[in-house]
Design a protein around this ligand. Structure first.
Ligand code: CUA
Length: 339
């Protein structure tokens, strides 16, 4: 639904119209009741004004019917707003599986973007039009907030965790990106641009410039540098669990619980290995806190994710992800072998 609220920024994502429609409705409702109540106050003030000094007003009895009306109508209206908002919210905060992943690290005072193919950008993000994009965001220092008014998207970026947000741009163009959480002296300078490009232009952009290897391949190098591969052997004989085919699956833990192996679990397991130990393994992994940056954690996560990538399930930009050289000796059941 396309509803334009006056003074609102340009509409450039699939959400924009919906958010504006809801916002426009709140506006209209506020104006409607503001006018009706003001007029009623004026009318009653005149009609029931005191006409002489010793006038005593008639006693007023309550009216059940009136009270029911002014309770039920606002209840229906406010529940309608709630359901309408919740519907948009749920879709906004559940990224679709087929979305193009882009990793974001915020720091005082810049936005750093990493594409799966290894392209890095600062304060500028290139994305294709008409494609769902999921941002996986974290920060190296304080809380920031990723805000693109034209997309009607705003999400806090919080230290120590990943926040995700997704959107689909509908119009090529250049849109403002803001930090919307006061984060220190140059908070107001923590701004940038989202460049929405037509698919062919985006492909051109992707193929230009040295990318220095995909995110997953940087992660793979790091995996070997940090000697993770000495314990996480692909044939499952290591002191740590094999990581092939694990990403996106449910993992059984030592304490009987389970966890979904996503970016957040990978991150936690690297920084705080004893928090959620995989069933059947000893809590012997040392922490890598202080040895890896947030960007490197994302590279490691991208690498571990690539070990579970299914062929054909990823989009064109992700196709640049190379097959890891740590090939599974025995193909894990859920992960088809990659060529
Ligand atoms: Cu970052 Cu304000």
């Amino acid at each position: 639904m396309q509803v334009t609220v006056p003074f609102s920024p340009e509409q450039a994502s699939t959400y924009s119209g919906e958010v504006d429609a809801l916002y426009g409705f709140l506006w209209a409702l506020t104006i409607f009741f503001g006018v009706v109540l003001s007029l009623a106050i004026l009318y009653f003030a005149v009609k029931f004004r005191r006409r002489h000094e010793d006038e005593i007003p008639r006693g007023v009895e309550g009216s059940i019917r009136l009270e029911v009306v002014w309770t039920v109508i606002p209840f229906i209206v406010s529940m309608g707003i709630f359901l309408w908002g919740a519907n948009i919210y749920y879709r906004m905060y559940r990224p679709p599986a087929e979305a193009l992943d882009i990793y974001v690290v915020a720091k005082q005072w810049m936005w750093k973007f990493q594409h799966l193919d290894g392209h890095r950008e600062i304060n500028e993000l290139h994305i294709p039009v008409g494609r769902k994009v999921r941002l996986m965001m974290t920060t190296e220092d304080v809380i920031h907030s990723f805000f693109v008014p034209a997309f009607r998207v705003k999400m806090d970026v919080v230290p120590g965790k990943y926040s995700t947000v997704w959107f689909e741009a509908t119009k090529p163009g250049r849109y403002h990106l803001f930090c919307a959480e006061y984060c220190g002296t140059s908070h107001s300078g923590m701004i940038g641009w989202i460049d929405v490009m037509e698919a062919p232009e985006y492909q051109d952009w992707l193929s230009g410039g040295a990318s220095g290897g995909s995110l997953a391949s940087s992660g793979e190098k790091l995996f070997q540098q940090l000697a993770c591969n000495t314990c996480h052997k692909s044939d499952g004989t290591g002191r740590g669990p094999a990581l092939e085919g694990v990403f996106g699956k449910t993992v059984k833990l030592q304490d009987g619980g389970t966890v979904t192996a996503d970016e957040a679990y990978v991150r936690e397991s690297i920084l705080n290995p004893r928090a959620k130990v995989v069933a059947g393994y000893q809590p012997i992994m040392p922490t890598f806190q202080g040895q890896v940056t947030e960007e490197q954690l994302l590279e490691l996560a991208a690498y571990i994710k690539s070990l579970s990538a299914r062929p054909g399930s990823e989009g064109s930009a992700d196709a640049a992800m190379p097959a890891g050289s740590l090939k599974p000796a025995q193909a894990p059941p859920a992960s088809a072998s990659r060529q």
